[in-house]
Design a protein around this ligand. Structure first.
Ligand code: GLA
Length: 397
């Protein structure tokens, strides 16, 4: 892929900021910086199915995380986050014994830690993180960061291995028990297509969407406290339901098994079983251009996430309910882990502007915040940004 295929953020091309954080006078041995990019994602359908080894249909989007990296040559790994205006540093030879401290920089040292435990060399670097993916927006800012970092720190070039490294850093170091969907999408993203991914085999194929539908996300601008603990609880409940059914994972359960479960476990399993079926139905509907059917499935997914999986919240429900009253909206649902973040909306192309205006004013009236609206373009996965192709050389002063 050439850099011209990717919309390059100014943050990636403006090295002045990098040199203002790491001036050549203080870091004299630094070599030339290189820039790495990994996209966020929106998941069209197949929510909370990845850690149940089921089906998902995410799409890499045109909002990305950029990591600028230059060798430090002094045995230190340093990082600065432009969005958080915070820095952290570690001695490279101490990273193998690092433990998570609970902050944002765990995601950085976690990737280095994972690479080292895999026997891959990690050298000292000065890193700058600059991201367009909204933090807490449900669009996988963490996975975009993890994958961009895995590249910047010399991780494997193959996208599946790259995704595995970033995913393992998240589960084994940061200790978030997530599935692999987000990292896989950041690594494998396709221009103009979503990815139908089987989270058990990691087999995937690109799925093109009909021309006349736009994918629009609306960010609720909230993230409730509950998000992380509820995610863990759902992962545990699904494991418990699978165990009760005597199957390796809920991927192996069918509608006929649900009667053998009760209460909460039955609801959780019903979501997973019906959601896997909805992914397949959605892909079939997209192949024959059946927009109404696609929209209906997306909305059904939301109802299932709200009622059976119980991971929605008033803000997300409001955004979905309001979207469904707007002419030209085919379907809407919450996206990602839940309890805040964004909704994804399937909107007829000619209705996108009316959708944005209506949803923004309605949400502001009810919740006092303006939701960020973004029309997504399916984008390529992680890569190096070749600075020579996009900007004149910048001198390191
Ligand atoms: C988060 C996790 C993913 C996935 C989604 C829900 O984004 O990181 O692995 O489980 O929630 O589908």
């Amino acid at each position: 892929m050439s850099a011209s295929d990717v919309r390059i953020s100014t943050c990636a091309t403006d090295l002045r900021r990098f040199y203002s954080i790491y001036p050549s006078s203080t870091y004299p041995s630094a070599g030339n910086p290189r820039v790495w990019r990994a996209p966020g994602r929106v998941n069209l359908i197949g929510e909370h199915t990845d850690y149940n080894l089921g089906l998902v249909l995410p799409m890499a989007i045109d909002l990305a995380c950029f990591v600028t990296a230059a060798p430090s040559n002094d045995g230190w790994l340093r990082v600065h986050s432009v969005q958080l205006e915070q820095s952290a540093l570690w001695r490279v030879d101490e990273i193998r014994s690092a433990v998570p401290g609970g902050g944002w920089s765990d995601r950085v040292v976690g990737v280095a830690w994972e690479l080292m435990w895999r026997g891959l060399p990690v050298a000292g670097q000065n890193l700058m993180i600059d991201s367009e993916v909204p933090i807490g927006g449900g669009l996988s800012s963490s996975a975009a960061l993890g994958v961009a970092l895995a590249l910047a720190l010399g991780g494997p070039a193959g996208p599946t291995d790259l995704a595995r490294v970033a995913h393992a850093a998240e589960t084994d170091f940061v200790r978030v028990p997530c599935g692999i969907m987000d990292q896989f999408t950041a690594a494998h993203g396709q221009s103009g297509a979503a990815l139908l991914l089987d989270c058990r085999t990691l087999e995937w194929r690109p799925v093109k969407l009909p021309e006349d539908v736009a994918i629009v996300v609306a960010n609720s601008m909230v993230r409730h406290e509950l998000a992380e603990s509820a995610y863990r609880t759902r992962v545990e409940e699904c494991a418990e339901a699978a165990k009760a059914l005597g199957v390796p994972s809920l991927r192996d359960a069918g509608a006929g098994d649900l009667g053998r479960l009760q209460g909460t476990l039955r609801k959780r399993a019903r979501h997973v079983v019906t959601e896997n079926a909805r992914v397949e139905a959605f892909v079939a509907a997209a192949a024959c251009g059946s927009l109404e059917k696609m929209g209906r499935l997306v909305t059904e997914s939301h109802l299932s996430l709200r009622n059976d999986y119980q991971v929605s919240c008033p803000e997300l429900d409001f955004l979905v309910d309001t979207a469904l009253t707007i002419p030209g909206v085919l379907g809407a649902r919450m996206v990602g882990g839940g309890f805040g973040g964004s909704t994804v909306n399937l909107v007829r192309r000619d209705a996108v502007e009316a959708f944005s205006n209506t949803i923004q004013s309605a949400y502001r009236r009810s919740f006092g915040r303006v939701p960020q609206i973004h029309r997504c373009t399916a984008s390529p996965g992680a890569s190096e940004v070749l600075l020579s192709e996009v900007s004149p050389p910048v001198s390191g002063t």
